[in-house]
Design a protein around this ligand. Structure first.
Ligand SMILES: [Ca+2]
Ligand SMILES: [Ca+2]
Ligand SMILES: [Ca+2]
Length: 610
């Protein structure tokens, strides 16, 4: 989840050309029927509220007094609060909607521990993933009333609101009495069973506890002593740091030391000290059903993105998910969307799909799409993995229709930005080539199956020169030197001057692709048939089919630096075509075949007329 590295990418020059869609015309989404839209009909914009827009400078320090180690506020440091807030986000909804987004997903806005980390390595909870109060908005971001204003303003525009939630851990409050020279290494269930204090040879504790796979309340009532692995304690003055108050009891945590992200510790270990919850305990399950059900009841939000989902036992989600869907339905939200984070760098649909089957997650972030699309659009590989993706969709619970609800993306706040991946794969690429590849990647995401997620700032050519903190640039004028020295894609501007330019070529391209997607049901709800792929950069083509009429929409992409002329198989009934984007043939050359010509990194969206 949170890790840090820095890479610098040199920029050199070569020549390239690309398809240039017409300027965007964005019809407003109908405000009245947003509840009726299914998850796959959305286009999502993902934003970190701290880094988006500062609508109220009075809350920049979260009502706290002192230096940055107390308030968390330091707009010159990438690891601290910068001042963005809900008021700012609300004020910029027009910018988000004009890009074509129909839903907004924002990093957690719950109250966080403002600053944590060992002396000299402190950073702030600006990202929102260090929660202390799960029931309130962090005062750096505003108030619960301002959150209501934000949700209501989005809904009034017909836009949906997806909250980012966490059940795996809280902020780092609980500490351990024992420290080793290696810190707090993971203490396994084998070496430190629940039944003994401080290891298998220690005194007997917790008599009658039948292990944590017995989820009955009677069993968990017998786990009264938390000292099986470490001796956890809550430091003086922090006894009620967390809300609801049950979260302050060490019995509701694993207390087994830090995860090494492998095996058992992936579920039971602390993320660098973050207090890992005992999500097997039925009281913890009910606690989170109450917490997050409360946000549905109070604010009528439209969905959840679940952080660190793969670090929680599947049984937890099997109880939590149906409870949330029922809660939403009762609140008049029939299309509530839930998608989990099962993070991986690899092309691994089986891993992702296992969480839809074992844990019953309705959907997961599509890290497989990210791997395949980034590698294809950057020219690192051909398009064979991308072509395979649609076969692998059968692995998900619910099969191919369920796969159409997977949120797809090209980069994020943890892994880094799409622009960075393009630069890493093409260190000698010209600015024109990077822009063309960037448009190509977004064309893949906005036309292929899945729910496109635009990572804020990508539409302004943000590049990030690293992952995590380096990939969380400011949209308002930034004071962070490591952001402001970046060479943006498609612009000579810098993040120092503010980045809400609706004329940026990527903003215009994404807006146009989003408009096409919204007016072409085949792209959001249609089945997919692969027409062409290759083990080297070159032609990638698929057909999507309108769910009502069965009419074909041919998508063709050139992932190579050379122009392409090729015949592509189509439905024999598709005799003539309308170009929705790029160069399309007016008619088939013979029943079942069209001649496609694409410039380097070009793409075409061709709708059959009959
Ligand atoms: Ca502010
Ligand atoms: Ca866990
Ligand atoms: Ca801790």
């Amino acid at each position: 989840m949170l890790f840090e590295s820095r890479r610098l990418i040199p920029l050199l020059l070569v020549a390239a050309a690309a398809a240039q869609p017409a300027a965007a015309q964005v019809p407003p989404a109908p405000a009245t029927d947003y509840r009726a839209r299914s998850p796959e009909q959305e286009i999502v914009y993902f934003v970190l509220p701290d880094r988006f827009e500062n609508g109220d400078t009075k809350n920049d320090r979260g009502g706290l007094k002192g230096d940055r180690l107390t308030t968390g506020y330091d707009p010159t440091s990438r690891g601290f609060y910068h001042g963005g807030d809900l008021k700012g986000l609300t004020a910029r909804l027009d910018y988000v909607q004009s890009l074509g987004a129909t839903a907004i997903w924002f990093a957690p806005i719950f109250r966080n521990k403002p600053v944590q980390g060992p002396k000299g390595q402190e950073s702030a909870g600006y990202h929102g993933y260090w929660v202390t109060d799960f029931t309130s908005v962090d005062s750096h971001f505003g108030t619960n009333a301002e959150f209501r204003t934000f949700v209501d303003a989005a809904h009034a525009r017909g836009m949906k609101v997806y909250m980012d939630i966490i059940a795996n851990h809280t902020a780092d409050v609980i500490q351990y009495r024992e420290a080793t020279k290696d810190g707090y290494p993971y203490h396994s269930k084998a070496d430190y069973p629940f039944s003994r204090r401080g290891g298998a040879g220690g005194p007997a504790i917790n008599p009658g506890f039948a292990g944590d796979s017995d989820g009955s309340p009677a069993n968990w009532a017998r786990l009264t002593d938390s000292t099986y692995a470490y001796t956890p304690y809550v430091p003086k003055g922090e006894e009620h740091a967390k809300t609801p108050d049950w979260l302050n009891d060490t019995r509701f945590y694993h207390n087994r030391g830090n995860t090494d992200w492998k095996g058992e510790s992936s579920q039971y270990g602390d993320f660098v000290g973050l207090d890992d919850l005992a999500t097997e305990d039925p009281r913890v399950v009910q606690g989170f059903i109450d917490i997050y059900g409360g946000w549905i009841d109070r604010f009528g939000i439209d969905g959840f993105r679940i952080d660190t989902a793969r670090h929680v036992n599947p049984e937890f989600w099997r109880a939590f998910v149906p409870a949330m869907l029922a809660r939403a339905k009762a609140r008049g939200i029939p299309n509530f969307h839930i998608f989990g984070e099962v993070a991986t760098d690899l092309y691994d649909p089986a891993l992702l799909a296992s969480w839809t089957r074992n844990a019953g997650l309705p959907s997961v972030l599509d890290f497989a799409f990210m791997r395949a699309a980034v590698d294809a659009a950057s020219g690192k590989t051909g398009s064979e993995e991308l072509a395979r993706l649609f076969d692998d969709d059968a692995l998900y619970e619910g099969g191919k229709p369920a796969a159409r609800r997977l949120p797809t993306f090209l980069g994020n706040h943890d892994a880094g930005r799409f622009g960075m991946f393009l630069k890493q794969a093409n260190p000698a690429a010209s600015s024109e080539e990077l822009l063309a590849r960037d448009k190509l990647g977004h064309a893949l995401m906005l036309t292929l199956r899945g729910v496109p997620v635009i990572y804020y700032g990508d539409e302004q050519g943000f590049v990030s020169d690293g992952n995590d903190q380096m990939a969380r640039e400011d949209m308002f004028p930034s004071k962070v030197a490591e952001y402001n020295d970046n060479h943006l894609i498609g612009s000579n501007s810098s993040t120092a001057t503010g980045s809400f330019n609706p004329d940026h070529p990527l903003y215009r391209t994404i807006a146009e692709l989003a408009r096409i997607r919204r007016s072409t049901p085949a792209l959001s709800e249609g089945t997919t048939r692969v027409r062409a792929s290759s083990d080297k950069p070159g032609l990638f083509a698929v057909s999507r089919f309108d769910p009502a009429s069965g009419r074909e929409v041919l998508l063709a992409f050139n992932t190579s630096a050379s122009a392409i002329s090729a015949n592509v198989a189509v439905d024999p009934a598709s005799g003539s075509f309308t170009a929705l984007a790029g160069p399309c043939p007016g008619a088939a050359i013979a029943p079942g075949s069209v001649a496609i010509q694409l410039p380097p990194f070009g793409y075409a969206i061709c709708a059959a007329k009959d």
